[in-house]
Design a protein around this ligand. Structure first.
Ligand SMILES: C[S@@+](CC[C@H](N)C(=O)[O-])C[C@H]1O[C@@H](n2cnc3c(N)ncnc32)[C@H](O)[C@@H]1O
Length: 282
């Protein structure tokens, strides 16, 4: 049982809800432009480091003929994904030693995983399990834009909570989080150095602005709730005498954000995520 990521780094709901928004069907065309996968083909797709499974769930909707397998080494993520994402086979395992035969897949894909896995193994294992001519898709988060609504600014209760904890930097280093970061230029170069050809790059820009009229009320409220749930999950993941007050403060401020949204009083808070996508062929 390995639950290091979900217990110490990012919780299940934090990853699931944020990715469910980023991989909403509204944004499919942006991904599709770079993936260049025929929607009607019976692809065998492997997702590496799938977390709670939101990207695999989207792939299942977007490529209905595909057979999708998704792997992660965190047991909590795999248990959640098995329960909530239909149509995908979830496997607990290590990206450094993929438990699959050579040349078993047409496509491998990952989202925000490359920077945590030693590059020779990360690319090498994907090359091994890809068929000749198979496609490797590597999605990587880049610096985005975040602008908070006044009613969502960090409260005194949250400050007291976070100030009561030791800095998390040491823990992230201990678990090897982001040990292999690559710049926008290094990422495609690394893919080429590890034997992939026809490498191309592109970017998906996902604008999550609840007050923008282009979004339905359901999606706008999901954006607001995503912020609430990830704040609550972060607070509940550690014990502190300040936790209860921080939880109450978070709930109060997000209740107020929802009230303003429902009353049509716009805040224009926004989170724009930029995902670099690199595509290479074996
Ligand atoms: C930033 S999270 C991204 C999860 C998921 N791709 C998403 O976007 O929601 C990184 C994921 O990589 C997984 N991971 C890191 N190293 C791994 C390894 N060697 N083998 C398998 N999974 C790994 C972690 O467990 C975690 O789920």
């Amino acid at each position: 049982m390995n639950c290091i990521w979900s217990e110490h780094i990012q919780g299940v709901m934090t990853l699931y809800l944020s990715r469910k928004l980023r991989f909403d069907d509204l944004f499919f065309e942006q991904y599709d432009r770079l993936f260049q996968l025929d929607r009607n083909r019976e692809w065998k797709i492997l997702e590496i480091g799938c977390g709670p499974g939101a990207l695999s769930g989207a792939l299942h909707r977007w490529y209905p003929g595909a057979r999708i397998t998704a792997l992660d080494r965190d047991s909590n993520f795999i248990a959640f994904a098995r329960e909530h994402i239909p149509g995908v086979t979830f496997v607990e395992g290590d990206a450094l030693r993929l438990p699959f035969e050579s040349e078993a897949f047409d496509v491998t894909i990952s989202n925000t995983v490359q920077e945590h896995v030693e590059p020779a193994a990360f690319w090498g294992e994907q090359r091994r399990v890809l068929k000749p001519g198979g496609v490797c898709l590597c999605l990587s988060a880049r610096k985005g834009i975040r602008c908070t609504a006044p009613c969502l600014e960090t409260t005194e209760e949250e400050k007291a909570f976070w100030d009561s904890l030791p800095s998390s930097g040491e823990e992230l280093r201990k678990y090897g989080v982001c040990r292999y970061p690559l710049s926008e230029a290094e990422l495609p170069a690394s893919m080429e150095q590890h034997g992939f050809r026809n490498v191309t790059t592109g970017y998906a820009v996902i604008d999550l602005t609840p007050d923008a009229e282009k979004y339905s009320g359901k999606l706008a409220e999901a954006m607001i709730e995503e912020g609430r749930q990830s704040s609550l999950e972060a607070i509940r993941s550690v014990s502190s005498m300040h936790a209860e007050a921080a939880v109450a403060a978070v709930n109060r401020k997000y209740d107020e954000r929802l009230r303003l949204y429902r009353a049509g009083i716009r805040q224009w808070d926004t989170a724009v995520s930029i995902t670099m996508m690199v595509r290479g062929v074996k």
